[in-house]
Ligand binder design. Structure first.
Ligand code: NAD
Ligand code: IPM
Ligand code: MN
Length: 335
């Protein structure tokens, strides 16, 4: 029986994750849940943003549903965003961020794209330092063949399973020929291997600046975008406007034998505690867990269809009303 480690985190994570768990439990009968802590609140209370028992619980379940965590704008000694620690500790190397047109809330129909973001290196390796008495700040950006290769192979395998054919490699190798050149070439080599093995893949390359423009002006042209960590972070927020905004954008972080699903949005302190956060991003993230962690495609589709029906009915106001509308629509067509 599938088990999920539930980590609401901070701010609206505490509101949208219980909503998503209700939907997931309705779609996956017998699902077991284990609650765990992480985030800024946890750091203030316990002196650690990711307690060891949280990591142990995720490893044990192999699957986690994470809300969001807050980070102070200034550096606080000993604190690092819990989500970054989780991605690193669990080696969650592929971050999938699908964006689809949704009824009534999307500005356009016909969009169905997937951003595959490298999730362990790039500018996220945490190697920043001051030199020159604080007059110079340096950040290292690390790209490895190993991480680029496993990301590309995972993306290609997912494309094969999902019948997606078009892969856009997004990079900035004109300015960063060594780092982004390595990423681009490694992805291309993986495509050649997949093609030799019989997979139909059309590959193209875009520099990240023009990719950002095309994502804003011709989103329908994209199928799968594969890119490095920071570019994927930025482009996925940009792309989320096509599904209707951050409140509707899901994601899942994949490693080997472990997956952590999370809405793309953060802890939204501006609306936290008011019961008005949109739980759909979290609910759709739960659907990704069913699909990618447990291979329960039917349950994933049922959740996604329930969300679509709820949106067609016109989205009610407030976390609770939206959750009820989705769970109500989950029952339609069950028998
Ligand atoms: P945010 O995503 O929290 O909020 C951006 C805007 O979108 C806000 O106006 C917010 O009200 C709105 N919004 C976000 N989710 C919504 C929802 N479900 N329903 C309705 N409106 C929603 O980004 P931010 O304001 O830049 O960051 C706030 C905090 O969250 C920061 O501490 C940041 O570090 C953190 N953060 C965490 C994660 C994560 O844990 N994965 C991701 C992004 C930001
Ligand atoms: C995301 C977030 C995180 C990131 C932050 C909160 C560290 O923006 O998941 O997209 O930059 O990866
Ligand atoms: Mn982001």
């Amino acid at each position: 029986m599938p088990r999920v480690c539930v980590i609401p985190g901070d701010g609206i994570g505490q509101e949208v994750i219980p909503a998503a768990v209700r939907v997931l439990q309705a779609a996956v009968p017998g699902l077991e849940t284990i609650q765990a802590e992480a985030g800024w609140g946890c750091f203030l209370e316990r002196g650690t943003a990711v307690p060891p028992e949280t990591l142990a619980a995720i490893r044990e379940c192999g699957a986690a549903l994470f809300g969001a965590v807050s980070s102070p704008a200034k550096k606080v000694a000993g604190y690092r965003s819990a989500i970054l620690t989780l991605r690193q500790e669990l080696d969650l190397y592929a971050n999938l961020r699908p964006v689809r047109s949704l009824p009534r809330v999307s500005p356009r129909g016909g969009i169905d794209l997937l951003v595959v973001r490298e999730n362990t290196e790039g500018l996220y390796v945490g190697r920043e330092r001051l030199e020159d008495g604080g007059e110079t700040a340096i950040a290292e950006r690390v790209i490895t063949r190993r991480a680029s290769r496993r990301l590309a192979e995972r993306a290609l395998a997912l494309m094969h399973g999902a019948g997606r054919r078009r892969l856009t490699i997004v990079h900035k190798a004109n300015v960063l020929p060594l780092t982004d050149g390595l990423f681009r070439d490694t992805v291309r080599e993986a495509v050649v291997r997949a093609t030799r093995a019989g997979q139909a893949v059309e590959v193209e390359e875009l520099l990240v600046d023009v990719a950002a423009l095309k994502l804003a002006s011709e989103p329908e042209r994209f199928d799968v975008i594969i890119t490095t960590n920071l570019f994927g972070d930025i482009l996925s927020d940009e792309a989320s406007s096509w599904c209707g905004g951050l409140g509707l954008a899901p994601s899942i972080n994949l490693g080997e034998g472990v997956a952590l699903a999370e809405p793309v949005h953060g802890s939204a302190p501006d609306i936290a505690g008011q019961g008005i956060a949109n739980p759909i991003a979290a609910i759709l993230s739960a659907a990704l867990l069913a699909r990618h962690a447990w291979s329960m495609e039917d349950s994933a589709r049922r959740i996604e269809q329930a969300v679509e029906r709820a949106l067609e009915d016109g989205l009610p106001h407030g976390t609770e009303a939206i959750t009820r509308s989705v769970t109500g629509n989950l029952c339609v067509g069950e028998n």
